[in-house]
Design a protein around this ligand. Structure first.
Ligand SMILES: Cc1cc2nc3c(=O)[nH]c(=O)nc-3n(C[C@H](O)[C@H](O)[C@H](O)COP(=O)(O)O)c2cc1C
Length: 210
């Protein structure tokens, strides 16, 4: 318990990374697995993650992020994408996957798939898009916690032009769009932000027990 709170206090939104330090493959694997294991509504996982290492792509993405240098200087750049809608094929694939993994008859998952299709049909395209984006934020929360526990520095980012990211990474044609960005790596020893005291409301302001 104490270690978790210490880790959450240790983490901060890292604005300046040490460009000479890279995360290991093993660290990246842990981060990817934490994203794969993220819970999502009905388990539909309308998400896709792109890990950008390529420097010239990162130069372009930095420009599309209002010049925020962490996009270029961090060890790796995670782009959190969400699906623009939820198709019936997507639901069928989820039902098939469930049947296969849990070794149950496909017919047993049909009813659930029909229910999900009705749920999804009750939302218009925009609502589906927003719903999917919310799943990205859940992934981000889990990701940041795992980073903190692993002493990996990170900065969650909404400050980027999502349409430009979609163009640079050719996401439109794949039915996904860039929703969040998170550079990860090691803090630069001179990043002054690491020395700032954490600003948070006190518990009394945000909790009540009834
Ligand atoms: C969803 C989200 C988007 C954010 N976008 C940016 C961003 O684009 N640029 C930035 O410098 N910080 C960004 N931040 C960092 C916040 O400003 C920072 O987390 C907050 O001030 C609390 O500070 P701490 O994370 O250092 O404790 C973002 C944080 C969140 C959760």
């Amino acid at each position: 318990m104490k270690e978790i709170i210490e880790a959450l206090n240790w983490r901060y939104a890292t604005k300046r990374f040490d460009p000479s330090r890279k995360l290991s493959n093993e660290q990246i694997e842990i981060l990817k697995e934490s994203l794969r294991l993220t819970p999502s509504s009905y388990g539909l996982q309308p998400l896709y993650f792109i890990v950008v290492e390529d420097e010239s792509l990162r130069e372009q993405l930095m420009e599309a992020s209002y010049g925020q240098r962490q996009v270029l200087e961090a060890s790796h750049l995670f782009v959190f994408c969400s699906h623009t809608n939820i198709s019936h094929d997507h639901i069928d694939e989820h039902a098939n996957n469930t049947a296969q993994i849990r070794k149950i008859e496909k017919e047993a998952t049909n009813k659930y798939a029909d229910f999900l299709k009705r749920e999804v049909n009750s939302m218009d395209q925009n609502e589906q898009k927003t719903w999917n984006e919310k799943q990205c934020y859940i992934a981000l929360g889990q990701f940041l916690t795992v980073c903190a526990i692993q002493q990996i520095d990170a900065i969650p980012m909404e400050g980027f032009d999502s349409a430009k990211y979609d163009d640079i990474l050719n996401l439109n044609e794949r039915g996904i769009h860039a929703t969040l960005v998170c550079p990860v790596g090691y803090r630069h020893p001179e990043d002054r932000h690491q020395f700032n005291a954490k600003v948070r409301k006190i518990q009394d302001m945000i909790f009540e027990t009834i």
